[in-house]
Design a binder for this molecule. Structure first.
Ligand SMILES: CCCCCCCCCCCCCCCCCC(=O)SCCNC(=O)CCNC(=O)[C@H](O)C(C)(C)COP(=O)(O)OP(=O)(O)OC[C@H]1O[C@@H](n2cnc3c(N)ncnc32)[C@H](O)[C@@H]1OP(=O)(O)O
Ligand SMILES: Cc1cc2nc3c(=O)[nH]c(=O)nc-3n(C[C@H](O)[C@H](O)[C@H](O)COP(=O)(O)OP(=O)(O)OC[C@H]3O[C@@H](n4cnc5c(N)ncnc54)[C@H](O)[C@@H]3O)c2cc1C
Length: 669
């Protein structure tokens, strides 16, 4: 390879950018201090040669991949402690978030961190559902990695319908122990991250039986393996579930129980309890058991959906600025593919989505923290709204992100199909989030349940919480003529959501009136219900983005870009769902050409800043891990270098030629 210089087209793009890229980086990170901290953190971890990949993981066997991931995880977590002890810079929680779900983790362990569940689910469950004594004991042990833990809820037979879990925990007052059993094959735990060969403890969710009565599902801490030998304890049947579409180093496992006994104190008893004599004490709300799932859904919107989309966009946009293919005007010379309006339509709306996701994630994180504090004071009033918003934002953002990452891959043509583009592993990571922590359709239906209730509340003149307030006002406002403005977009999205919710509510009512059972009516209308939840989420994201773009304390140049992206978000989804806007928002077909033109003009306006915007995400090459997306744009040299890492290129003639191909060819002479 020749000497590395910055690609000329990328240089030109950077020179023509109209805003200060560093200002965007600071805005994205949450301030200059945060940017500084992130960069120091990245340097500390990514400059360590021991944490760098020696052989691309695609060329390792399944077992080697796991072993290498475990080696790096141990080093990584030692370094996290070193980092916090020596720098005092940033809270450990920030660092963990960056490692487990954020950019840093994806640079060092792109196919998943086998320790993730210890931090993402075990610790939050103990903190949310354990008593003070339980927290004091287990949190420090797990936090300091004296033990390694996971969260075992899903079973072979049930993932969504958790009330149907089959694992049993039966209380034995004579020994003050719970006895765990897996009565059927379908009751085996299946999926928990790190369960296969990494963890020695787990929170296990099981049906609690005491005094002959079942009290539903509850969380327990169960030791799985000996702390010295790591051998499975008697009665524990444990293993790994095998190779998957992605996340192949997170070590998902299975787990069965045969009369496994644990002390009574290992039931997490902050909410409900079993007394030594076996008396069951009820929780103030059975929904509190579901708290950890809310936490992870909240964390995923930023940590997975927005973060991985920003990576895919950086790769595809830089590549599109330097890749030349064909001519727009014959004889005018080959054009950067980013000049094609269709290419801009592939890349710029996802850029807008990325910003909308980030604003929504910040809002969600804030309300998560305030509602959690209210729950601790026994106030459950805002829990349904938090649950509803966490569900729909998790579903819509992971869906948009996965879809957009695939569009980014397609936008890079054949080279995007290479593992060295880093699209396959990025997609594998994000599409998993469409399923785990609540399958997306199921989560949308949870939001719909809240929305239909809110609709009924609005009709009967009751009070409504912040996110559904519009259900009261929207139907009353007269439909006005269409105006191409952000304000009108915000209202139109709410009208569409309100209209969809009303359609569902009246469809259900109509069916019930003619004698359909309410549950059947719900199922019959559920296609529309899932859609209503999505339109509610979209209206929410539109409004949050409008508030953010119009009130951001930034330079006029950057503000202009934010507003353009915000308008693009609105026009893109409007044009993609015209039927809804015709039905509910007063749009007429004669309005459409001007909106189409508005959207096309926005693509044209964003075009000169496209590279600047993705540069503003400030994702280093070590984090991007992409031959197509590196900052210098030396794509072809990098593709060659990556191809030469293929073990097949180690010898000019592979031994299989002599073994198979040569005899075969000769036999045909
Ligand atoms: C340090 C941190 C760093 C973070 C970094 C970023 C992250 C990085 C991550 C990378 C690593 C990846 C790790 C992968 C982790 C995956 C782990 C899992 O999947 S684990 C497995 C995850 N598994 C799943 O997610 C399973 C999905 N299934 C479920 O969640 C539930 O079973 C269900 C919701 C579907 C139904 O439940 P069911 O009992 O049949 O309920 P009904 O329908 O009958 O409704 C009854 C009432 O309850 C209400 N309500 C419901 N939920 C909640 C809630 N959470 N709250 C409050 N309320 C709730 C509901 O509204 C209703 O209210 P109302 O109308 O009566 O007033
Ligand atoms: C990579 C990965 C990591 C995971 N990690 C963990 C972990 O650490 N710990 C853990 O406990 N679990 C984990 N899981 C399991 C995960 O939480 C479940 O897979 C998820 O909750 C979905 O459940 P399921 O697989 O049973 O799907 P199902 O519920 O069987 O869904 C199949 C289909 O049925 C539909 N469906 C189901 N119920 C309804 C309904 N009520 N209404 C309408 N449609 C419905 C769904 O929409 C979907 O289309 C992980 C999963 C993955 C993929």
């Amino acid at each position: 390879m020749g000497s590395i210089t910055i690609n000329k087209d990328l240089l030109r793009e950077r020179q023509s950018c109209t805003f200060n890229v560093l200002e965007l980086t600071h805005l994205w990170d949450g301030g200059p201090e945060k940017t500084k901290e992130r960069k120091e953190l990245e340097k500390f971890f990514l400059d360590d040669p021991e944490l760098q990949e020696k052989i691309p993981s695609e060329y390792l066997s399944h077992k080697e991949k796991y072993q290498e991931a475990l080696r790096r995880s141990c080093l990584l977590f030692k370094k996290i402690k070193e980092w916090s002890d020596t720098t005092g810079c940033g809270s450990q929680m920030d660092t963990f978030q960056n490692i487990l779900g954020g950019m840093l983790g994806s640079a060092i362990l792109p196919d998943g961190v086998p320790f993730a569940l210890n931090y993402v689910m075990f610790l939050p469950t103990v903190m949310g559902q354990g008593t003070m004594q339980q927290q004091a004991y287990w949190v420090s042990r797990a936090w300091n990695c004296e033990i390694m833990c996971t969260y075992a809820q899903t079973e072979l037979g049930h993932g969504t319908f958790i009330r149907g879990l089959e694992t049993t925990a039966t209380y034995d007052p004579s020994t003050e122990e719970f006895v765990f059993n897996s009565p059927t094959l379908t009751s085996y735990k299946w999926w928990p991250g790190g369960l296969g060969h990494t963890c020695n403890y787990a929170v296990v969710v099981a049906q609690l039986y005491t005094k002959g009565q079942c009290h539903g599902i509850h969380p327990f801490i169960v030791q799985l393996r000996d702390e010295e030998t790591h051998m499975p304890l008697p009665g524990i049947k444990i293993g790994e579930i095998g190779s998957k579409l992605g996340m192949n180093t997170i070590n998902n496992g299975y787990l069965g129980f045969e009369n496994v006994r644990i002390p009574r104190e290992n039931m997490l008893m902050k909410n409900s309890k079993v007394l030594p004599d076996g008396t069951y004490v009820n929780s103030p709300s059975d929904k509190l058991t579901y708290g950890t799932m809310i936490f992870v859904r909240v964390a995923l919107v930023r940590g997975i959906a927005a973060a991985y989309l920003s990576k895919a966009l950086t790769i595809a946009t830089r590549y599109s600025a330097l890749r030349k293919q064909g001519e727009i005007k014959p004889g005018a010379g080959e054009t950067q593919i980013l000049e094609y309006r269709t290419q801009q339509h592939k890349l710029f709306p996802p850029m807008a989505m990325c910003f909308a996701m980030r604003c929504s994630a910040d809002w969600l994180w804030d309300i998560y923290n305030s509602v959690t504090a209210e729950l601790d004071r026994g106030d459950l009033e805002r829990l349904p709204e938090l649950h509803a918003m966490a569900c729909c934002l998790k579903a819509v953002c992971t869906k948009d992100s996965a879809k957009a990452i695939e569009v980014c891959r397609l936008a890079t043509g054949g080279h995007g199909y290479m593992n060295s583009s880093n699209f396959p592993s990025t997609y594998g990571m994000v599409t998993a989030a469409e399923t785990y922590e609540g399958e997306n359709t199921v989560l949308l239906l949870q939001t719909a349940r809240f929305l239909v209730k809110a609709w009924q509340q609005a009709r009967s003149g009751g009070n409504l919480t912040e996110t559904v307030e519009y259900l009261k006002t929207m139907p009353l406002q007269p439909l006005s003529l269409w105006v191409n403005s952000l304000q009108h977009l915000g209202i139109a999205f709410k009208r569409v959501a309100a209209g969809n919710i009303e359609t569902c509510a009246t469809s259900i009512e109509r069916r019930i009136l003619v004698g359909v059972a309410p549950e059947d009516a719900w199922n019959e209308v559920s296609i529309q219900l899932a859609k209503a939840a999505e339109t509610h989420c979209r209206a929410f994201m539109m409004q949050i983005f409008i508030n953010f773009a119009t009130s951001a304390q930034v330079s006029p140049e950057l503000k202009k870009v934010l507003i353009e992206l915000c308008e693009l978000y609105g026009t893109y989804f409007l044009l993609d769902n015209l039927g809804d806007f015709f039905m509910y928002a007063g749009l007429r077909s004669s309005d459409v050409p001007s909106i189409q033109e508005w959207m096309e003009t926005l693509l044209h306006k964003i075009r000169p800043n496209a590279v600047g915007i993705v540069d503003g995400f400030d994702i280093s090459d070590a984090v991007l891990r992409s031959a197509l997306g590196a900052y210098d744009g030396n794509v072809y040299e990098r593709l060659f270098a990556e191809a030469n890492k293929s073990p097949l290129n180690a010898e000019p003639v592979d031994e299989s030629f002599h073994k198979y191909l040569k005899p075969f060819l000769k036999s045909n002479l």
